[in-house]
Write a protein that binds this ligand. Structure first.
Ligand code: K7E
Ligand code: CUA
Length: 617
C-alpha cells in the first residue's frame, strides 16, 4: 500500500490497534469464528494487512472476469474495493458502451457474452501492463487497452468454434491468445449431423489468435482440427516448455447424453500438448483444408503438431510452473493432482513412447511422463504459483486451498474457503516471476457471509496472505457474477492516461471550437457536430425533419481529469458518456416532436443546466 508519509502510517497503525481492542471488548463487532484472546489479535493483524487508509492507494489491481455478465471488474488489492467496471461483451449505460455507433459496431449482433478467463499481455513471460484479453463462450476474444481501460477489439465469432472456454491464455511474448472449443459440432457451422454421429462427424478445434506486437490487433493465426472432445482450459508453456500450449479435455469417451455418467467411463482423459511454433510454420506455408472460410490443419497429416498426455478423468485446469518444467493437471473428482515433467514428456515424444492414438494423434504413456501424484485433497481444479517453488491448488469438493512444494511434492498447508472455490489467482501467479504475497480464492457460493440481498447472491472472494509458511485468510469481499478467473498485477506496471490528449483525437468529426458546431445535411442524412464543455452543449438546440437519419458527433473538449459529460436523448433509448478529449457518435431515425437532451454525468454546479432541444418537424 502506498502511504503518504509517516504520519499516515502511524495514524493507520494506531487506528488498527484501536480496532483490535474494540473488537475484543464488544463481541458483536467480532467476526463469526473469531475467538477471544489470541484470535482477536489475529483479526487485528489481518485487518492491518488489508487496510488501505482513505486517500491511500492499493498495491495491486485485480482484473476479474464477469462471467455471464459479459464484463470485466476491476478491484484494488489488498482492500478488495471495486474500482471500475470495464464493459466488454455487454452494453453498459454508465459509460455509454453499446449505445454509441463505434461500440455497437464492435458488439455486432450480440449483446451478451460469457467471459471466463482474462489474460494480461506478457513480455518474456511476465505481465507488461499493455493489454488484457478475455474470452467469450460465443467464439470471441476481446482486447482491452490498459492505457485507457477500454475494449478496443472483439474478434469473432471465430469460424468452426463452438463454446470458446479454453481461452484466452497468452504465450510468453503475447504472440498468441488461444481458443479451444468446449463443444464439438459438425463443421463448418451450419452442417447438420445427428447426435448418433457424434463420435465421427463432430469435431473440436483449437485456434491461435495472432496478436500484433505493436498495436495488439488480433487476427486468426492458425486452427487445428481435433477429435470431438470438450476442450476445457489452457495454458501456454514457458521457458523450458515455451513453444507449446496445453489444453485439458474431457469426454474423451466421445459420449453423448448424460455426460456426468457417460463421459466418466475411462480412467483418464487428456491434456493436449500443441506445438504452436509448428502450427505457425504450417499456417505460413498454407497447410490445411478450407473449412468455414479458414484453413484448418489436420494433425494426423502433420506428425509432431499435437500429442495427448493422459490425465485424471474429467480434468479442469492445466497450469505450467514458473520455470516451465512442470505441467500440472488433475481429474476434478480425484484427491491428487499430477505434475508432468516436461523433460520426460519430450523424451516420450522423441522415443514414440505411445500407448495408442486418437484420430491419428499419438497418446503418450502416462507412467513415462508423470513425476508425481500430489495428494492435494478432493476436487482439485486450478493451480497458481508463488516464488520459492510453492504451488497453490483450489479444491472444490474440500472447499479449500492446498499449498504444496514442487519437486518434493509435499502438501504443507491448507486453508478452508467459504465456500466451494473455483479458480484462484495469485499476484503474477501464472507468470515466470510470481510475487507471492496475495492469493484470492474465487468462490462459487457465499452462503450468508454478507447482508441478505435475497435469492440472487453475490460471489464471495477471499483474500489470503501467502507471505508466510501458513496461509492466512485476511478478507472477504464480494465480486460481481461470476469471477471464473482473474489476474493480479502490480499497480505500477500499468500506465493509464487520465484524459485523451487533443492532438491524439483522430476522429473525423471531432471539433474543438464552438464556431464549428452545427448541423450539416446531405439528403436525408444529417450530421450534428456538437461540443460538450462545462456546462453547455453547443448547439443548445437544432432542427431536423421527421425520417432523417441523424448522427450526433459529440466531442468533450475538456482536458481536465474526471470531467466527463453524458448525453441522453429521452425517448430514443440513447445515452452516451464522453471522456475528456473524446469524440463519440450516435445515429438514429428522427421522429416528429420536441425532444430534450441533457448531460447525464454530473460535471459542475450547473450540471443540471446542461441541456438542449432537438426539434423534429
Ligand atoms: Cu469457472 Cu475456468 Cu470457466 Cu474453472 S472455469 S472453476
Ligand atoms: Cu456535463 Cu453534467
Amino acid at each position: 500500500m502506498k502511504m503518504r508519509g509517516k504520519g499516515t502510517v502511524l495514524a493507520t497503525a494506531a487506528g488498527i490497534v484501536a480496532l483490535g481492542l474494540l473488537a475484543g471488548r464488544c463481541a458483536p463487532s467480532a467476526p463469526k469464528g473469531a475467538k477471544k484472546g489470541a484470535a482477536v489479535s489475529d483479526t487485528a493483524a489481518a485487518a492491518m494487512k488489508v487496510y488501505v487508509a482513505p486517500g491511500d492507494l492499493d498495491e495491486y489491481y485485480l482484473f476479474a472476469s464477469g462471467g455471464h455478465s459479459g464484463q470485466v471488474y476491476v478491484y484494488g488489492l489488498p482492500s478488495g474495493r471495486h474500482i471500475s467496471t470495464i464493459p466488454v461483451f455487454t452494453p453498459y449505460p454508465a459509460t455509454g458502451y453499446g449505445f454509441d455507433d463505434e461500440s455497437r459496431k464492435m458488439l455486432g449482433n450480440l449483446t451478451w457474452g460469457d467471459a471466463h478467463h482474462p489474460a494480461l499481455s506478457e513480455t518474456a513471460g511476465d505481465y507488461d501492463g499493455r493489454w488484457l484479453f478475455i474470452n467469450d463462450m460465443n467464439a470471441r476474444v476481446a482486447r482491452i487497452d490498459l492505457r485507457d481501460f477500454k475494449t478496443k477489439q472483439i474478434l469473432g465469432p471465430i469460424p468452426n468454434v463452438s463454446g470458446n472456454h479454453a481461452s484466452s491464455f497468452v504465450t510468453p511474448n503475447t504472440e498468441y491468445a488461444v481458443v479451444g472449443s468446449r463443444f464439438s459440432i459438425p463443421i463448418p457451422k451450419g452442417t447438420v449431423a445427428g447426435i448418433d454421429k457424434y463420435a465421427t462427424e463432430y469435431k473440436g478445434v483449437v485456434t491461435g489468435v495472432k496478436i500484433d506486437p505493436k498495436t495488439g490487433e488480433m487476427s486468426i493465426g492458425w486452427q487445428i482440427l481435433m477429435p470431438p472432445f470438450d476442450y476445457d482450459l489452457g495454458d501456454a508453456g514457458k521457458l523450458a516448455s515455451d513453444g507449446f500450449v496445453f489444453f485439458t479435455s474431457y469426454n474423451t469417451e466421445r459420449a453423448t447424453g448424460k455426460l456426468e455418467v457417460t463421459s466418466a467411463q475411462k480412467d483418464r482423459d487428456y491434456i493436449a500438448a500443441v506445438d504452436w511454433k509448428m502450427a505457425e510454420q504450417l499456417a505460413a506455408k498454407g497447410e490445411g483444408q478450407m473449412i468455414g472460410g479458414i484453413k484448418v490443419i489436420d494433425p494426423a497429416k502433420n506428425p509432431g503438431l499435437v500429442y495427448f498426455m493422459p490425465c485424471g478423468k474429467s480434468p479442469h485446469g492445466v497450469d505450467v510452473s514458473p520455470d516451465g518444467k512442470y505441467v500440472v493437471g488433475s481429474g476434478k473428482l480425484q484427491g491428487v493432482t499430477t505434475a508432468f515433467n516436461w523433460e520426460k514428456v519430450q523424451t516420450a515424444m522423441r522415443n514414440k513412447d505411445f500407448t495408442g492414438d486418437e484420430d491419428g494423434i499419438p497418446v503418450l504413456k502416462y507412467e513415462s511422463i508423470k513425476d508425481a501424484e500430489v495428494p492435494v485433497g478432493l476436487g482439485p481444479l486450478h493451480t497458481q504459483f508463488g516464488p520459492d517453488g510453492f504451488a497453490y491448488t483450489s479444491l472444490f469438493v474440500d472447499s479449500a486451498i492446498a499449498k504444496w512444494k514442487l519437486g518434493t511434492w509435499e502438501v504443507v498447508d491448507k486453508v478452508p474457503m467459504s465456500y466451494s472455490i473455483g479458480h484462484l489467482t495469485a499476484a503474477h501467479g501464472d507468470t515466470v516471476k510470481p510475487h507471492g504475497k496475495w492469493l484470492v480464492g474465487l468462490n462459487k457460493l457465499s452462503h450468508g457471509r454478507h447482508l441478505n440481498v435475497g435469492p440472487s447472491q453475490p460471489e464471495s472472494s477471499q483474500l489470503v496472505d501467502i507471505t508466510e509458511e501458513k496461509m492466512k485468510l485476511t478478507l472477504d469481499f464480494f465480486t460481481e457474477p461470476e469471477p471464473h478467473y482473474a489476474q493480479i498485477v502490480k499497480a505500477d506496471i500499468l500506465k493509464p492516461i487520465e484524459v485523451y490528449a487533443k492532438e491524439e483525437n483522430k476522429h473525423p468529426h471531432a471539433i474543438w471550437d464552438v464556431k464549428d458546431a452545427g448541423v450539416t445535411r446531405s439528403g436525408s442524412k444529417v450530421l450534428v457536430k456538437m461540443i460538450a464543455v462545462r456546462s453547455t452543449f453547443t448547439p443548445t438546440d437544432f432542427e431536423v425533419k421527421a425520417g432523417d437519419e441523424v448522427t450526433i458527433a459529440l466531442t468533450n473538449i475538456e482536458q481536465t481529469t474526471d470531467e466527463l459529460h453524458g448525453l441522453a436523448i429521452l425517448d430514443y433509448n440513447l445515452n452516451i458518456v464522453v471522456d475528456p478529449g473524446e469524440t463519440k457518435t450516435i445515429t438514429f431515425k428522427a421522429k416528429q416532436g420536441v425532444y430534450p437532451y441533457y448531460c447525464t454525468n454530473f460535471c459542475s454546479a450547473l450540471h443540471q443546466e446542461m441541456q438542449g432541444y432537438m426539434i423534429v418537424r
